[in-house]
Design a protein around this ligand. Sequence first.
Ligand SMILES: CSCC[C@H](NC(C)=O)C(=O)O
Ligand SMILES: [Zn+2]
Ligand SMILES: [Zn+2]
Length: 406
Amino acid sequence: MLPDKDGPVVGGGKSFPEGEDLSVSLFREYLRLKTVHPDPDYGEIPNTKTAGLICRVVAIMTWEGTNPTLKSILLNSHTDVVPVYQEHWKYDAFSAFKDAEGNIYARGSQDMKCVTIQYIQAVRRLKAEGRKVMRTVHLMFVPDEEVGGHKGMETFVKHPEFQKLNIGFALDEGLANPGDAFTVFYGERNPWWITIHCPGSPGHGSRFVENTAAEKLRCVINSFLDFRQKEKHRLNTSECFTLGDVTTVNMTMVKGGVAYNVIPAEMDVSFDLRIPPTVNLQEFERQIKEWCKEAGEDVTYEFAQKHMNQNLTSTEENDPWWSAFSAACKAMNITLEKEIFPAATDSRFIRAVGIPAIGFSPMNRTPILLHDHNEYLNEHVFLKGISVFERLISALTSVPAFPDEA
Ligand SMILES: CSCC[C@H](NC(C)=O)C(=O)O
Ligand SMILES: [Zn+2]
Ligand SMILES: [Zn+2]
C-alpha cells in the first residue's frame, strides 16, 4: 500500500534536516542502508539470518488502476549496490553527505536508489493530488541485479506471481547524461563471459618444447585483441555510434603456471564480451571457434555467461507505449537520446519474456558515475526527476486499451 499524503515512509519517526525537501531526506535515508555486495542487508526478515539462510527479497507495491483488467505498468528498480573503495571517496560512501551545491555523495545515488525514491515520490504526489490512473502501476524492488540477477529478476520473471502482474510495459534503470539531454535505452548488448582453455606440452623451462600452452594462448589473445582494436576503431571513426553499437572485448583474467622453470600443461584466458543486438550471435560464435582452431590443437572454450536474447523495445512513433513516453517528454521540453545500454541490467530479463522495457534514469547535466568513486547526484536533478516520473506515469497509465484488452 502506498501512503496517500506526504509523511515519512522510510525511517518513520525520524526527524529529517530542517528545510530539506522530504523527498531528498528520504533519498538520503535510503542511501544509508547498506545493501552493498558481497553481503547486502536487504532488511530484517525474521529468522533468516539467525538460521544462516541467505535472504533475497522481492517487494512489490501496487497502485490499482480504475481498469485493473488492462495491462499494467511496471516501475522496476534494484535495491543492491556495488562495493566501494572507501579510501578513494571524499566522504563516507554510505553517509549520503550533501555538499554546499546540493550534490549528494553515496554509493547508489545514481545506480539506482535515486530512481527508486523518485518512483515512490511521484506516485505519492499523484495520489495526494487525488489523481486516478486507468492502468495499474506496480513498483518492484528486486535484489541482486549487480551480481547478474540470477536470484533476483531472472528467477522472478518465470514465477507465476510475476505473470499475475499482467505487465504491459516496464521502466527500469538507465544512465546519467552529462549534457542537457536525457538518455533512454531500448535494448542492451548481450554479455558473454568466456574462458579459453589452452592445453600444451609441459617440460623444462630451459628448452624449446613444441606445442606449448603459451604459444596457443598468445594466438588466442592476439585474435581477440585484434578484433577489439577493430571495434574500437569503428566506434571512434563513426559519428553516430555509441558504445552500445559496437562489440567490446576485454581480457579480464589469465591463469596458468606453477613455477618459473616448468612449462605449464594448460593456460587459460578469460574475456568479457559485450555484443550489440545487431550482431548475428551464431556467426560470432563460429568466429570464436575459428580463432580457437587457429590457435592450435585442443583449444576449447566455455561460457560463464552467454545471453542470447536480442529483443528490442520499439521506439517507433506508432508504438502506443513509446508514443506516450516520448510525447510526455516532449511536453516537458526534454530531449531524448536513444541508445543501446552498454552493460547488462534487469531489463534484459523483462524483454526476454516479451515485455517492452525502457531504461531511463532521469539525470541530465550529470557525469556518469555508476560503480565509480565519489558517485553523486545533485538534489535538484533528483527532484526534477520526480516531476518527470509524475508525467510519465500519468501518460503511460493512460495508454488506451488495445483491441485485445477490451
Ligand atoms: C552479466 S551480469 C552483470 C551485470 C552488470 N551490470 C551492470 C549495470 O553493471 C554488468 O553489465 O556487468
Ligand atoms: Zn543498476
Ligand atoms: Zn550497477
